[in-house]
Design a protein around this ligand. Sequence first.
Ligand code: ZN
Length: 134
Amino acid sequence: MNKIEHIGIAVKSLEASNDLFAKLFNTPHYKIEEVASEGVNTSFFQVGVNKIELLEATNPESPIAKFIEKRGEGIHHIAFDVDDIQAEIKRLEAEGFTVLNRTPKKGADNKWVAFLHPKSTNGVLIELCQDIKE
Ligand code: ZN
């Protein structure tokens, strides 16, 4: 793994949270993107070299809706940048981690993404992401 690509934060209202985090970071979000397959609306902030993703549920079945129901708003996942997501999935499975989707999905911000089950990572939802090269 190369570095933390971004940190994902689950929020109830993207609109209200965009204002809040813009004040906190002293910079506005640079994009909003819906990932319909995941039932989420996302927005992204660049804070120095770091990236923060806010996630809002678009329907009650969304994993974000369920997360907020159970645990409230807050840090949802940590995403790591990888060069070869398929190789990384294989490596992590061999190490005994539970990969939630063995076939990478198209995530927000032009990435292939895969998630590790938090039960296998001390309660931390880990996202792997690889840049999609057109
Ligand atoms: Zn993410």
